[in-house]
Design a protein around this ligand. Structure first.
Ligand code: NAD
Ligand code: IPM
Ligand code: MN
Length: 349
């Protein structure tokens, strides 16, 4: 029986990179069946909400969810009573319990000179950002009046422990190092975070080399000595910010994939696989979006969502080979459009 993939193209460049990714996956001749649903701004336009019950049910019943991006100026509002595209994304993550967001940052040697950073700084960088995705300030109670607003940041021991486990397990399969990033010099949630990670390390993961670091200086170290990081584990908002920063190491935000999982083993709810970038309204509709972050997200879906490790590696190798062969979209300093980039990767698959 074919595996059902729910495809959520979303807004802006979303539909452009989603169509390219379906073309790529179809070329693998796997038993995949795509079911497309409107999501984000497109869903607000069609149904008044960013994520309908019907779409959520379809995601629950799928083998995996492949998502492009949501949002755009059309739906930007500062009025808390109006719907926002991003509510669809947050609602989906929460409803599926996708607490573990994996964002691998593996700069391609052929792209070292496409980054604004010096080649010597990037060389040898290979890190995994493990971002907590269903807690913290994103999901705490919000208040708003004319003159004041607040967003509560809360974490429980259980939430911290389960994401730290994902980080430690990942480090064991890599170079055996984990950096836990927090703001323990100021925030109470960060002090609990640090204590729980420390206790878990002593109890179950003493073989992993653990360091604790503050988020502000980590933001600097990411662009001054990135190669010293192996696994970074951090809370929801710090992970959001640090991963976009880390994208500069790969040459562009258009290169970074992600996997959002309900656990480390692939059991439980289906995963959501999506690029780290957004809907890029500034270049939407021009056919120039870099589809590689979404191709690499599809590779993560094949590996973590469908258990197709060889096919995942084939997609990643084809992306690497196309880049080594000179493929450069606009964001990487070249002239290739989405179609040319897709053809280049297909020719190496
Ligand atoms: P963005 O990631 O959309 O764009 C930032 C910059 O990177 C832009 O200059 C854009 O052109 C460029 N860029 C991003 N992806 C690219 C690609 N694949 N190819 C070439 N260039 C690319 O961030 P933003 O402009 O701050 O946000 C725009 C909208 O996207 C907002 O509504 C935001 O909420 C939303 N957003 C959605 C997601 C998501 O759906 N997962 C993620 C981030 C932002
Ligand atoms: C991301 C995005 C989302 C986030 C937004 C669009 C809600 O920036 O996936 O990184 O902040 O998590
Ligand atoms: Mn983000």
């Amino acid at each position: 029986m074919p595996s059902k993939i729910v495809l959520l193209p979303g807004d802006g460049i979303g539909p452009e990179v989603a169509a390219a990714t379906v073309e790529l996956l179809n070329a693998l001749a796997l038993e995949l069946e795509f079911e497309e649903h409107v999501f984000g701004g497109a869903s607000i336009d069609a149904h008044g909400v960013a994520l309908t019950d019907e779409t959520l049910d379809a995601c629950r019943a799928a083998a995996a969810v492949l998502l492009a991006a949501v949002g755009g100026p059309k739906w930007d509002t500062t009025d808390p009573a109006r719907p926002r595209p991003e509510q669809g994304l947050l609602g989906l993550r929460k409803a599926l319990g996708l607490f573990a967001n994996l964002r691998p940052v593996r700069p391609q040697p052929s792209l070292y000179d496409a980054s604004p950073l010096k080649r010597e700084i990037i060389e040898g960088t290979d890190m995994l950002v493990v971002r907590e995705l269903t807690g913290g300030i994103y999901f705490g109670e919000k208040t708003r009046s004319d003159d004041a607003a607040s967003d509560q940041c809360a974490y429980t021991r259980q939430e911290i422990e389960r994401i730290a486990r994902v980080g430690f397990e990942a480090a064991r399969g890599r170079r055996g190092r984990m950096t836990s990033v927090d703001k323990a010099n100021v925030l109470e949630t960060s002090r609990l975070w640090r204590q729980v990670v420390r206790e878990l390390h002593a109890a179950d993961y003493a073989d992993v080399e653990l360091e604790h670091a503050l988020v502000d200086s980590t933001a600097m170290a990411l662009v001054t000595e990135p190669s010293r990081f192996d696994v970074i584990v951090t809370e929801n908002m710090f992970g959001d910010i640090l991963s976009d920063e880390a994208a500069t190491l790969t040459g562009s935000l258009g290169m970074l994939p992600s996997a959002s999982l309900a656990g480390s083993s692939g059991t439980g709810a289906p995963g959501v696989f999506e690029p780290v970038h957004g809907s890029a309204p500034d270049i939407a509709g021009q056919g120039i979006a870099n589809p590689l972050a979404m191709f690499l997200s599809a590779a993560l879906m094949l590996r973590h969502g469908l258990g197709l490790a060889a096919e995942a590696a084939a997609v990643e190798s084809a992306v690497d080979a196309a880049l080594a062969d000179g493929l450069r979209t606009r964001d990487l300093g070249g002239a290739a459009g989405t179609r040319e980039a897709t053809r280049a990767v297909l020719s190496h698959l």
